[in-house]
Design a protein around this ligand. Sequence first.
Ligand code: CP
Ligand code: NVA
Length: 310
Amino acid sequence: MPEIKTKKTDLISIADITSDWLQELLSLTKNIKSNPHLKSDALSGKSIALIFAKPSLRTRVSFEVGINQLGGQPVTIKMDEISVGTRENVEDIANVLSRYVSGIVIRTFEHKQVEELGKYSLVPVINGLSDEEHPCQIISDLFTITEIFKDLNGLKLTYVGDGNNVAHSLLLGCALANINISIATPKNYEPSEEFILTARKLNPKIKIEITNDAHAAAKNAHILYTDVWASMGQEKEAEKRKKDFAPYQINNELVSHADKNAVVLHCLPAHKEQEISASVFDKYSKFIYRQAENRLHAQKAILLKLICEK
Ligand code: CP
Ligand code: NVA
């Protein structure tokens, strides 16, 4: 009998959701945060697979705890245990896992692998970070930003550092949330053109600035955001990157160019005295740790929307 694929929504890129959907997620996140027991049996009898090809503290623990709090069971799998591509191809893994679990979260290198999993899986697939995007992080960060600023209209977010997965998802996320975004990177580390174009298409009204001038980018920013200079998988480039990125540290001098009420965010893990000075980290750590906490609340909202509301 031919396979009947039920309608499902994946979260592989922020571009998979609409701004209305984002608003629903943010308001559900708010309800969940104020009532951690809300929907505590929503995933009762359901298991969610979590596949990790890279290390993780926040994503893995917040998903495992969130799934437990919703009454479900997380099944965590290290990618090398299933040896994608050598022991078995993505199509077979997707088809088999879909028969055991109600959702799949995957953290891997190649974004294409996440897309392929989404293509063959019968259950929703959530990108827990790929080389191109980190949607769960940015949805949760947008929630943190709404907690801090209430009104997002007219806000300017400045990302300083590598034009990486986090920068890409921020571009798309800011477009959906109507936040102006400025990205400052060294030459040759700019975000991919594809993400800039998609963000412009998603929201032609916001200002998008891509520059090599960190000071110009920081000017009047309400949010300064940074991430590691060498992402997971780029460890061999770390020494070269330290030199190339040295003028792109978020330190007190750079913060002085931002709005006087600006906050500094970091997705973590942080390398203090590299992308962020220790003193700036300490000054804004209450926001940065809140940002990490909100991963739990926002991902519970994502699970509820994708897996429980079909
Ligand atoms: N920010 C984030 O995704 O952290 P982990 O790599 O520890 O999951
Ligand atoms: N850009 C970083 C994000 C870590 C959460 C990485 O991919 O390693």
